[in-house]
Write a protein that binds this ligand. Structure first.
Ligand code: LLP
Length: 423
């Protein structure tokens, strides 16, 4: 359930008509709904009732400070994967102890930053990282709170590029190697072994791979405990999928996911950490764009909009689908035309929608790509010298620009001509 609905024939974000925002700040822009973010966070945490849990929103899905602050105020922690995300989370007011630091390639500088800011948990993904962290922590006179991320060799049915729990993926330590590494970590002065972590991929719409992975992890927790090493936290990662098509079968609910968690790891007496991103943010955001031209083609129309693949890369990168809605409901009822909806970037891959039969669109019409609140703005680039687009947060009848549209000149502000070139 989200708060982007038609009222009196006009698409609104909560109580704000989207054309009002477009008139105020121009297009394209991302628009997020506070009520939807709040609702999704609450649905997720309600599903975990009875567990000692911490929900660390995955900043990679949407790292805007206002979004992180909103979730932080609701009690969320943050899952970060770089020093930049760590600083973002801190800047948004998330306390260090509610931050979990994941990722296969944390640098010495990033590990130092994490220790200096007393993050709650560092999810270590390899033996060299463990050794590096031990060295840094020892030098700083600290003990690093560590979980080992294990690779359970579980195949989740999702896009190949975002499956992470298979033996051949770069993530986590090999399952068979985990007991040896726990022993090594336990013996290190700079390491405080806290727990275990697993994340098998993203946009997973079937509970079976979660159940298989969590059961395997529960078995490993018992095995490690048998060696005299206590495991106090279990981090189950993120990955719960959402529906990108309004007419699609709905993915499992957080409540059903919660049942799987309780069934598999609920009795271990551990604090259970979650790192959801998409399920909280995806349907809480949209991309609003305007039609520049309608170009008749030989077999279909090309509707050329002012957003492009640099603003929302998911269709070009993963062949992802985002539902398209006209801002005026009247348009939705007009006769259907076969069209591609494309952006202005000079690549054929800059296409949001292919061969769709949609209500006709004309110049200046506003259209919306749904389900763009996760992995939208965060993955945007300035390709084709297109400045990043603004982000707006709506709250009831109010809206605020939470990231401004930069000036195009800002794109080259850090560039300079070498002194051997003429002025
Ligand atoms: N934890 C870890 C360690 C992760 O790698 C990820 C996502 C998450 C949590 C959050 O997963 P979520 O709950 O959002 O599924 N750019 C892709 C998605 C990449 C996901 C990467 N890791 C997309 O647009 O579909």
């Amino acid at each position: 359930m989200h708060h982007f609905q038609y009222h009196s024939g006009v698409l609104h974000a909560e109580d704000v008509p989207l054309p009002n925002i477009a008139a105020a700040i121009g297009t394209p822009f991302y628009c997020y709904s506070s009520a939807t973010l709040t609702r999704h966070y609450k649905v997720f945490t309600d599903a975990l009732a009875g567990l000692d849990s911490l929900v660390c929103f995955s900043a990679k899905a949407n790292g805007n400070l206002a979004v992180l602050r909103l979730l932080g105020d609701l009690g969320a922690g943050c899952d970060v994967v770089s020093g930049g995300e760590l600083k973002r989370a801190l800047a948004a007011g998330i306390p260090g102890e509610k931050i979990v630091f994941s990722g296969v390639g944390k640098t010495s500088e990033e590990l130092t930053l994490a220790l200096e800011n007393s993050v709650g948990q560092i999810n270590v993904e390899s033996e060299p990282e463990l050794n590096r962290l031990n060295g840094i922590a020892t030098k700083l006179g600290k003990s690093a709170p560590v979980a080992l991320r294990v690779n359970p060799d579980i195949h989740a049915a999702t896009h190949d590029k975002i499956a992470t729990g298979r033996r051949e993926d770069k993530f986590g330590v090999a399952w068979e190697d985990a007991p040896r590494l726990y022993k090594a970590a336990h013996d290190m002065n700079g390491i405080d072994v806290r727990g275990i972590a697993v994340h098998i991929g993203s946009q997973i719409t079937d509970l079976a791979p979660f159940e298989a992975a969590f059961s395997k992890v529960a078995g490993l927790v018992n095995k490690i405990r048998d060696t005299g090493i206590d495991i106090r936290t279990i981090d189950l990662g993120g990955g719960l999928g959402v529906s990108y098509k309004h007419d699609n079968a709905t993915p499992p609910s957080p409540a059903e996911y919660g049942e799987v968690v309780k069934r598999t790891v609920g009795d271990l007496g551990c604090k259970v950490i979650f790192e959801p991103g998409r399920v909280i943010a995806a349907n809480a955001g949209i991309l609003v764009t305007k039609v520049i031209y309608v170009k008749p083609g030989e077999t279909k129309e090309f509707v050329i909009v002012d957003a492009a693949m640099n603003d929302l890369i998911r269709p070009a990168m993963y062949g992802a689908h985002h539902d398209v809605l006209p801002i005026s409901e009247e348009n939705a009822g007009s006769p259907k035309t076969k069209m591609d909806i494309v952006g202005p970037v000079c690549e054929s891959g800059d296409r949001f929608v292919r061969d769709a039969s949609l209500a006709a669109l004309k110049e200046e019409d506003l259209v919306v790509f749904m389900t763009a609140g996760a992995y939208g703005a965060v993955m945007s680039s300035t390709y084709n010298a297109r400045p990043l687009i603004p982000e707006v947060l709506v709250h009831g009848e109010s809206f605020a620009v939470i990231r401004k549209r930069p000036k195009v000149e800002d794109l080259w502000v850090l560039e300079s001509l070498p002194d051997w070139m003429d002025d």
